[in-house]
Design a protein around this ligand. Structure first.
Ligand SMILES: [Mg+2]
Length: 332
């Protein structure tokens, strides 16, 4: 099998401001293994760059492998390093596997595509007034609100006054213990269903205290969770965990993490980065397995190179072509 790759610059429809910083474009890397395609998201706060991903990929030689059905053999041969690059290789291999067997991935996994929970659309961090305006003009019935700066109480009140949508919050680790303890009851009072990463990764004692609070929204860990061991360490500390292909290293590991989380009594949200239809469609093929979905990457960018999963007010429709089922943009 032959591997090639190319960096792509994704243009964001709106400046994407979260507690980690602001951006207008993202540089991801598309990977091809024969006719299969995958994507690596260069997420700065994971320590990933397009250059680092490209450097990892340039050292790979899959010439010794010729059967895309032996996915574990290929993945087992990869050196340690960039989780995003390994996710891209894993996604491209699964795409190729499905193409070889002439079935969409969800069918190979035995999943019902009509069982995908609706996705939320992310509203980036801004002034309370601008965020209230953004939610008022959003058509989606489920919204994920980025928080984690001062003024969050005003944001929460203004946003709930402007919409009847299902609301989630994501603090991206931006709150102190005191801020989180003050804001959790405000979120509950304004009918937010869940909050991601209220505290910085590593503050397990802080999470334990938040879990004892009532009332509160469901607590989810995102940045705290990279491995299955992290999931097990958060048993009892959160209600659920956020699994992302770019974070865990691909479809194979995401399936394991979903199983580990459910075995530990935790809910799972399947999330994404700022990514094209390549990586997000890959994640969407697993979405019938989870309780919550946050797969809005293609909705945030204006130059998606391919078509994959389709959106209709948060409802995801999987393509039924073999593998990921991606098509050229101009085929629609
Ligand atoms: Mg998050």
């Amino acid at each position: 099998m032959r591997l090639s790759f190319e960096p792509v610059t994704l243009n964001l429809r709106r400046p994407f401001n979260i507690a980690h910083g602001v951006s207008l474009t993202r540089r991801n890397v598309l990977v091809r293994i024969d006719a299969g395609i995958g994507e690596a998201a260069a997420v700065a706060y994971h320590g990933e760059t397009a250059e680092g991903i490209s450097s990892y990929l340039s050292r790979l030689d899959l010439g010794a492998f010729d059967d895309p059905c032996l996915i574990d053999d290929v993945l087992g041969s990869l050196p340690p390093g960039s989780a995003a690059a390994r996710a891209a290789v894993d996604i491209a291999l699964h795409d190729l596997w499905g193409q070889r067997l002439q079935q969409p991935l969800y069918r190979l996994f035995g999943l019902n595509p009509s069982r995908i929970p609706p996705t939320s659309l992310t509203i980036a961090l801004d002034t309370p007034e601008a965020m209230a305006q953004a939610v008022a003009s959003a058509r989606e019935s489920s919204l994920k609100i980025k928080l984690g700066a001062g003024d969050d109480e005003a944001r929460i009140r203004g946003i709930r006054a402007a919409t009847r949508a299902t609301l989630r919050a994501d603090a991206n680790g931006g709150w102190t213990r005191q801020q989180a303890a003050k804001l959790l009851p405000v979120l509950a009072e304004h009918d937010f269903e869940l909050v991601e990463q209220p505290l910085a990764a590593g503050d397990e004692d802080g999470l334990a205290a938040l879990m004892r609070m009532r009332p509160r929204p469901l607590l989810f860990a995102d940045e705290s969770i990279r491995s299955s061991a992290d999931i097990l360490a958060h048993r009892g500390l959160v209600d659920g965990v956020v699994v992302k292909l770019a974070k865990c290293g691909g479809i194979r590991e995401a399936l394991r993490q979903i199983a580990v989380a459910h075995g530990a009594g935790l809910r799972v949200m399947l999330g994404c980065m700022v990514e094209t239809s390549v990586a997000v469609t890959a994640a969407a093929h697993l979405a019938p397995l989870v309780q919550h979905v946050d797969l809005d990457g293609p909705l945030l960018i204006s130059n998606d190179p391919l078509s994959g999963v389709r959106y209709d007010d948060g409802r995801l429709t999987l393509p039924d072509g073999p593998g990921l089922g991606l098509r050229p943009k101009d085929s629609e």
